[in-house]
Design a protein around this ligand. Sequence first.
Ligand code: GDP
Ligand code: MG
Length: 257
Amino acid sequence: MAAKKARKRAKTTKKSRAKPRNSKATKAKKTAKVAKKTPKVEKKKEGLVVKFIRNFVRRMIDSMFAKKKNIKLGIYGPPNAGKTTLANQICKDWLGERMGSVSKIPHETRNVQVKEQVTIKYNDKEMAFNIVDTPGIATKIDYEDFMSYKMKSKQAKDRAKEATKGVIEAIKWLDEVDVCLVVLDSTENPYSQVNVTIIGNLAARDIPVLIVANKIDLRKANIRRVENAFPQYDVVGVSAEKGKNMEEFYESLFRLI
Ligand SMILES: Nc1nc2c(ncn2[C@@H]2O[C@H](COP(=O)(O)OP(=O)(O)O)[C@@H](O)[C@H]2O)c(=O)[nH]1
Ligand SMILES: [Mg+2]
């Protein structure tokens, strides 16, 4: 009997110790939970705002300091005018290294060559260029012409094939260039079909052109004849090989842009 009573007492005590479902304590805890939740949501919101502002500021800074696009400077002209020699001279002046190989045999450059990030300074101005040296434009490419340079028939035929592809590639690149140098051999007749075609094409595309009358170191050079052939363009005489008159060349280049 005493044992029964003791069990009953124990039960009651347990029950009384058990937490009531809707007691004040539970309510308080719930409120605390809600209170805890609110700062979390707020924090999340705050985090998003901070993130947005941070990204916005970063974008602003990026756009402020974004690198200016390099100016694509195309070098066009007939074969052997000295386009690569000029490209080499420019690269030597500003990078201390050459760009491509030069030869007295026409169509030495048979692929478009690009030298990126060539920073040229003139007076207090500075501009970054991508220099695009192109294969010479020709209306006729005959492999037999190469054989007169002691080239074997197979080698001459390959060179002619590559040179023809090169002309097409050079013309395609007209869509890419921003400004253009047309290099002419100032000892030769400037009124050629090739010269007129190149310059006409550039004019039709509204690409600014500077005509470079090259090889002024040679006795036969005639800058005046080039100027008379293309009176609407600025003409600068240089010797790319000897590095003659390059200062005036850079001045004309900066005037063009
Ligand atoms: N005398 C003289 N020869 C030059 C000059 N520039 C280039 N050449 C020569 O002309 C030939 C063709 O030069 P190159 O740069 O390969 O011509 P490209 O086909 O127009 O690229 C080479 O034999 C060069 O040495 C120059 O300013 N003066
Ligand atoms: Mg070349």
